[in-house]
Design a protein around this ligand. Structure first.
Ligand code: SIN
Length: 354
């Protein structure tokens, strides 16, 4: 048994299902790096657009923030190194399996994942559904590359490590930490293409703040997550093929025809308004459902639920609705749902549960 493990066991008190850190030891936090702008490098200190993401390795990210040592014993692991527009199902499975493996180690108190901001909300929600632990998992990114003046990466990383090592974050699901705010994985979304306050949980609100290294929570998600979900990716090598089609004026069936022809088993339709479908799109989606493809109605609008049997008779067409999930998050839940069942009533239950 390693010295670190022995120390961790000696100083960790188990209280119900929660781990309480002994007051006289720092938490052990593993930083898993995956790339993104937080690891990006620009040509000059004023380059904040047009830089290269995913250049700097995890050890350098950690070295750049010596203050981390004051809030945690940190170790780093480079899981992969990508710009997050290249995130895909294979990377998600690899990351989720590794996170679950590391969280099983008794001497690990929490994990921070550094990630590109473009798809951070999707990775956060995926992990929120498949991580099997109450220990904190905090995903962090930056809007400015590491080489920029006033880079936001170092303070965001410091905050994320402080949250991951805090008792307050235990059992809160996967969290996203940028701009001194703590957001829940289910509700957070990127709202601005370039500003540092881009991450918001529209209407439903952030979970809290990080103030001088202290995580302060004001609310919690009411939806089930992490150790409470029915999803298990430990034995999966791939996820069911599900794609998103986008509704707009002049909406036609070209995209959904192509998805069906390519063998998709599910389609999320980001409809207009409350998930409305044009007449040709509704007719084609109804046919595809009869052929066995699961259809989930969602909305291109960033606020509010897509209501079952509102703009479509979902009971009759046997579609599901995404509730308040965005199309990109509905795709994730539909993929995971399809690893468990083909029953649309069960899938609808999952959309109201997670
Ligand atoms: C990325 O998502 O990898 C690039 C953009 C960013 O991290 O802000």
């Amino acid at each position: 048994m390693s010295q670190r493990l022995k120390t961790g066991l000696a100083l960790t008190l188990l209280c119900g299902t929660f781990t309480v850190h002994a007051a006289d030891r720092l938490p052990n936090v593993v930083i898993m790096a995956t790339g993104g702008t937080i690891a990006g490098a620009g040509a000059t200190s004023t380059t904040t657009v047009g830089y290269t993401a995913a250049k700097i390795g995890v050890e350098r990210l950690i070295e750049a923030v010596p203050e981390l040592k004051k809030v945690a014993n940190v170790s780093g692991e480079q899981v992969f190194q990508i710009a997050s527009e290249n995130m895909n199902n294979d990377y998600w499975l690899k990351l989720a399996k590794r996170v679950n493996e590391v969280l099983k180690q008794p001497d690990v108190d929490g994990i921070v994942i550094t990630h590109g901001t473009d798809t951070i909300e999707e990775t956060a929600y995926f992990l929120n559904l498949v991580v099997k632990s109450k220990k904190p998992v905090v995903i962090v990114g930056a809007m400015r590359p590491a080489t920029a003046i006033s880079a936001d990466g170092p303070i965001n990383l410091y905050n994320a490590v402080a949250i991951a090592g805090s008792k307050a974050a235990i059992g809160q699901g996967v969290l996203v930490a940028l701009n001194d705010e703590i957001q829940g994985a289910r509700d957070v979304t990127k709202t601005n293409t370039m500003t540092t306050n881009t991450f918001r949980s529209p209407e439903l609100g952030s979970l809290g703040y990080i103030v001088s290294g202290q995580a302060q929570f004001y609310r919690a998600s009411t939806r089930k997550h992490t150790s409470e979900t029915e999803f298990d990716v430990s034995k999966l090598d791939s996820l069911p093929a599900v794609n998103i089609a986008f509704g707009a004026a002049n909406a036609n069936t070209l995209a959904i025809d192509a998805f069906a022809a390519a063998g998709d088993v599910g389609i999320v339709y980001a409809g207009t308004g409350n998930g409305s479908l044009s007449t040709p799109v509704r007719a084609r989606l109804t046919e595809l459902r009869q052929q066995g493809i699961q259809i989930t109605r969602s909305s291109r609008i960033s606020n509010g639920p897509t209501i079952r049997n509102g703009e479509n008779n979902d009971d009759k067409t046997d579609f599901t609705v995404s509730d308040t999930l965005s199309p990109q998050k509905a795709r994730i839940l539909l993929m995971l749902a399809l690893t468990k069942t083909k029953d649309s009533k069960e899938i609808q239950r999952m959309f109201y549960t997670y």
